[in-house]
Write a new protein. Structure first.
Length: 196
């Protein structure tokens, strides 16, 4: 591999997107869109990426199963298990009473005084809708192919698609434009794969 290809591998491991990795590795803006996906087709580069991903997973204890388990924790979180209802209203249960799953689902706990000077507590969960969308996407991937990298690519694509839909749901024009770019990138990748 060339020095620039090694830089591409390093950047791809960070951004998980071929065009952006090519840009960061020093390929021109004009050629990065074609070069990045083409580089991913090279067996040496694919092998280097796979080796480093495996090494990263071993170092961090990270695996697809662990990531999915975290999404399940977020998706199935129930704020009702963190609260107690009584004659004086609703209060947040003590932290010691929270399970690990309940604690993991918490995005923020905010404290403020109301107009009467009483302390109010606001508990915010991580986005359940997004976590459910990711899990739905994962389970709709279908039969895993013989090539596990293809399954990973499809999962990453579906996750990027869901993220665009979630983040741009209030701006249909921007969502349409972002999705069109994502679909064009996927089509270009498939076209290049069919050329080999």
């Amino acid at each position: 591999m060339t020095r620039r290809e090694r830089r591409f591998v390093a950047h791809f491991l960070i951004v998980a997107e071929a065009t952006e990795a090519a840009r960061r590795a020093g390929y021109s803006e004009a050629t990065a869109r074609l070069t990045g996906p083409r580089l991913l087709q090279k067996p040496l580069i694919r092998a280097a990426i796979a080796r480093e991903q495996e090494a990263q997973a071993l170092r961090t204890g990270l695996s697809l199963e662990r990531v999915l388990a975290e999404y399940v924790r977020l998706a199935l979180a129930d704020v009702g298990r963190l609260l107690a209802w009584g004659r004086d209203g609703v209060r947040v249960k003590p932290l010691a009473d929270w399970s690990a799953d309940e604690a993991a689902a918490i995005a923020a706990v905010r404290f403020a005084d109301d107009r009467q000077g009483r302390q109010q507590v606001r508990v915010e969960l991580h986005n359940k809708k997004y976590a459910l969308a990711v899990l739905e996407t994962y389970f709709q991937v279908g039969e895993p192919p013989v090539d596990a990298t293809g399954a990973r690519d499809r999962l990453l694509f579906k996750m990027r698609e869901q993220k665009i839909k979630y983040e741009l749901e209030d701006d249909p024009d921007a969502m349409e434009e972002a999705l069109a770019a994502l679909y064009a990138e996927r089509q270009a990748k498939e076209d290049r794969r069919n050329d080999y």
